[in-house]
Design a protein around this ligand. Structure first.
Ligand code: IPM
Ligand code: MN
Length: 374
């Protein structure tokens, strides 16, 4: 079996960590008798600065022909914040309708957590972040004093929405942003969370802020309750987003599957990464179960470490394991996670963030070697 996989190393440390990810995935492929053919795409800052193009319709179409994409990181200080993130990363997530952002929060053996008296048994949950709606739809602007009008459009595989906004303001200037969630959009991601819980410890916690943003998140909660009715075997509860940050720290063992709207999911998964040992260890998968999914570390492009062969490649390698699992190579994926665990447990070859002094490529090489012996 040969798999063609588009790979987007991207910006900053992206190329360094992706190189190690490819190394480890190839070792797992060798061991399990399949092969990987990487199709490189040079999206990100260099491409943008050279051509003025973020990502073309043609490239998006091409990408949509594959089942899984491997992504490093997008973002560069030479470009205004948000341009590449929205223009490349979010554009791909939306165009490919990757409505699930799956982020495991799992403390591996041998890793230090800042949470006192908590260990790997206590920190093992998954955040299912909605990935196409909410305050991420990009609808917003600024308006100066007086009357103005703005038109916006949300184009999704699921639906198209047009907003027309008349503004009459006597403030000097305002900035505003509209969040939107749809019934279909909430249903599909919440359903995914319940299905996942059926395969785990049968518990789903929902995240919202229905006490204040009641139109948008009250609606989310209503859909959540409705979906929950179809899963009487699964325990469910609600958490306000502010409160759940507290519980993640105090009682992480309470959680099995956590389902959250896009923005809250973004925020709480950085906290999740920290309790599992740091951003260098946290993988993520942008899933479209019926289409093209994309696998990436949850951290950014860390431009200050670019080219130093210094950062931790584990998050990217782990994301690669999720990619192989998605392609149906479960045994290879398990071997990679086992090799990561072995490497971290032995603690000989580790990067600076874990208190070591090994390089990015030494860690990749060591995990690739361990894949052969787990
Ligand atoms: C993430 C990142 C992105 C997000 C940024 C880079 C647009 O923070 O994947 O969590 O907000 O989704
Ligand atoms: Mn984030």
């Amino acid at each position: 079996m040969n798999y063609k996989v588009p790979v987007i190393p991207g910006d900053g440390i992206g190329p360094e960590i992706i190189a190690e990810g490819k190394k480890v995935l190839e070792a797992a492929a060798d061991k399990h008798g399949f092969s990987l053919e990487w199709i490189e795409y040079s999206l990100g800052a260099e491409h943008y600065l050279k051509t003025g193009e973020l990502v073309s319709e043609e490239t998006l179409k091409e990408l949509s022909a594959y089942r899984a994409i491997y992504l490093g990181a997008i973002g560069d200080p030479r470009v205004k914040p948000g341009v590449l993130e929205k223009g490349v990363l979010l554009t791909m997530r939306f165009y490919l309708d990757q409505y699930i952002n799956l982020r495991p929060v799992k403390l591996l053996e041998g890793i230090w957590t800042p949470l006192k008296d908590k260990g790997p048994k206590d920190i093992d949950f998954v955040v299912v972040r909605e990935n196409t709606e909410d305050f991420y739809i990009g609808i917003g602007s600024r308006a100066r004093r007086g009357k103005s009008h703005a038109d916006f459009e949300v184009k999704r595989t699921l639906y198209n929405i047009k907003f027309g906004l008349d503004i009459d303001s006597d403030s000097e200037e305002i900035g505003y942003q509209i969040g939107e969630v749809s019934k279909e959009g909430c249903q599909r991601v919440i359903k995914y969370a319940f299905d996942l819980a059926m395969k785990r410890r049968r518990q789903v916690a929902s995240v919202d802020k229905a006490n204040v943003l009641s139109d948008i998140y009250g609606f989310w909660r209503e859909v959540f309750l409705d979906v929950a009715k179809g899963y009487p075997q699964v325990k469910h509860d609600f958490n306000f987003v502010d409160a759940i940050t507290m519980w993640f720290v105090k009682n992480p063992e309470w959680f099995d599957v956590v389902v959250a709207p896009n923005m809250f999911g973004d925020i709480i998964t950085d906290l999740g990464a920290m309790i599992q040992g740091g951003l260098g260890l946290a993988p993520g998968a942008n899933l479209n179960p019926e289409g093209t999914s994309m696998f990436e570390p949850i951290h950014g492009s860390a431009p200050k470490y670019k080219g130093q062969n210094k950062v931790n490649p584990v998050a990217t390698i782990w994301a690669g394991a999720m990619l192989l699992e998605h392609l149906g190579q479960e045994a290879a994926a398990q071997d990679i996670v086992a090799a990561i665990e072995r490497n971290l447990f032995e603690g000989r070859v580790k990067t600076y963030d874990l208190g070591g002094s090994s390089t990015t490529s030494e860690v990749g090489t060591e995990i690739a070697r361990l894949v052969g012996s787990v």
